[in-house]
Design a protein around this ligand. Structure first.
Ligand code: ARG
Length: 415
């Protein structure tokens, strides 16, 4: 399969930074996360979105400085290892790897649910494995293909938003459960919405050197991508609320489909479902690419067996890819999309707490603002992770205990 590599010209001009970041971000989170966020905070959701954005801005800035200082794949992990310590770096990296795998499972499960609701888990597992196989064969979606895919996602979401606003909503039926409208849920909403922003690290801390953009292009690309994501997420949430109301939105497991039925536009559902499913493929691929960078850095440090770093004729780590694919497929078969998303977000928040801590130490001699950003990012990541449902927190706890013990056991180094 042809390996599409970013041309030197495109990297220099900065075109391509937007689909790299936004194309990896706009996905399952936007399709589904408004529902659990509405369940957590009800009409306070917009405040949750602002807090999630603040955590993302801090984390994006921190990881960008880390990748600038440590010009290697898995730069964030390498920085935490150098600045904070070996064991903290393992905690952060374990959370990161588990978070990416759970994220892949969540994305695949949403894909399955949209494509063929009656066999969602099976479709999800097959989709993950197919995407992993194509990645292993050398597929990367860059350049024009990345723009086309981004356009498809925006078109699907645009169709849903326009439909929701064009059709008068039916008066809400009495909700089964009283609506959570307490402001206490704001951080819980922020934590799930954080998932929707994941993928920014593809631009700020690229997993492969050929994806590294010049500092100014990276900054512009990330700013545009974050603004675009907030606009799209707000528009989708507003459309869903307009049609379903807060309480019904809070209860639905798959808002995009539910809203079309509610708007009496069920004919559109198969079209939107297939479009959305196809739009999710590159997001899945992006999560695998991010996973690889950090995993290979761990292999390099002998914290993971060298077998995992073995590369095939396409130059891709096939054993590692297969391991990630099988794990993600297993989670996708067993776990519903919203809990998988919550687990992934909780793991990634723990990772970003350590990442921001590493950046804080790295930036001690630098300007005051990036350093303050890293402090704020660290604090917000901890608060948001602690606002997750208890099941997500417990699963994350298992990861951060077992992960460092297992990796330490492999390398037999503890300092
Ligand atoms: N590279 C990654 N971190 N990928 C996970 C991306 C998740 C993406 N924000 C979504 O909502 O589907």
């Amino acid at each position: 399969m042809a390996q599409q590599v970013e041309s030197a010209g495109r990297l220099a001009s900065g075109l391509g930074a937007i689909p790299l970041a936004l194309g990896g971000m706009l996905g399952a989170g936007v399709f589904v996360a408004p529902a659990p966020a509405a369940a957590a905070a009800g009409p306070w959701l917009p405040f949750g979105l602002l807090i999630a954005l603040a955590a993302v801005v801090c984390s994006a800035s921190s990881t960008a400085y880390q990748a600038e200082a440590y010009r290697v794949p898995g730069a964030v992990y390498v920085c935490v290892r150098a600045r904070v310590g070996v064991v903290p770096s393992r905690v952060g990296a374990s959370a990161y790897l588990a978070g990416q795998v759970a994220g892949m499972a969540a994305i695949a499960r949403v894909l399955g649910d949209l494509f063929l609701p009656s066999a969602a888990p099976q479709v999800a597992a097959v989709a993950v494995l197919l995407v992993v196989l194509s990645a292993t064969a050398g597929l990367r979606i860059r350049g024009a293909a990345a723009w086309i895919w981004l356009a498809l996602t925006v078109a699907v979401l645009g169709l849903v938003v326009v439909t929701c606003f064009a059709i008068e909503p039916v008066p809400p039926i009495a909700a089964g459960r009283p609506l959570a409208d307490s402001a206490v849920g704001i951080t819980g909403a922020a934590a799930v919405l954080f998932f929707a922003f994941l993928g920014f690290e593809r631009l700020t801390a690229p997993a492969a050197e050929q994806d590294r953009f010049a500092w100014s292009s990276m900054k512009r690309g990330i700013a545009i991508s974050l603004v675009a994501l907030v606009v799209v997420l707000s528009a989708v949430t507003a459309a869903l609320v307009h049609q379903l109301g807060w309480s019904r939105l809070a209860l639905t497991p798959m808002p995009i489909r539910e809203v079309l039925t509610a708007a009496a536009a069920a004919d559109l559902a198969p079209l939107v479902g297939v479009g959305a499913a196809v739009a999710l493929l590159p997001v899945l691929l992006g999560a695998l690419e991010s996973f690889r960078g950090t995993a290979l850095a761990l292999v390099h440090d002998r914290d993971l067996p060298s077998l995992l770093g073995r590369t095939g004729s396409a130059g891709t780590p096939y054993v590692l890819d297969l391991a990630a694919g099988v794990a993600a497929a297993a989670i996708a078969l067993l776990v519903e999309p919203i809990p998988a998303m919550a687990f992934a977000a909780c793991c990634m928040l723990v990772h970003y707490a350590f990442a921001n801590a590493g950046a804080r130490l790295l930036l001690a001699d630098g300007g005051p603002w990036p350093m303050r950003g890293a402090c704020l990012g660290m604090g917000l990541s901890v608060v948001l992770a602690m606002s997750m449902p208890i099941s997500a927190m417990l699963a994350t706890l298992v990861v951060v205990v077992v992960g460092p013990l297992a990796t330490g056991g492999v390398s037999r180094r503890w300092r």
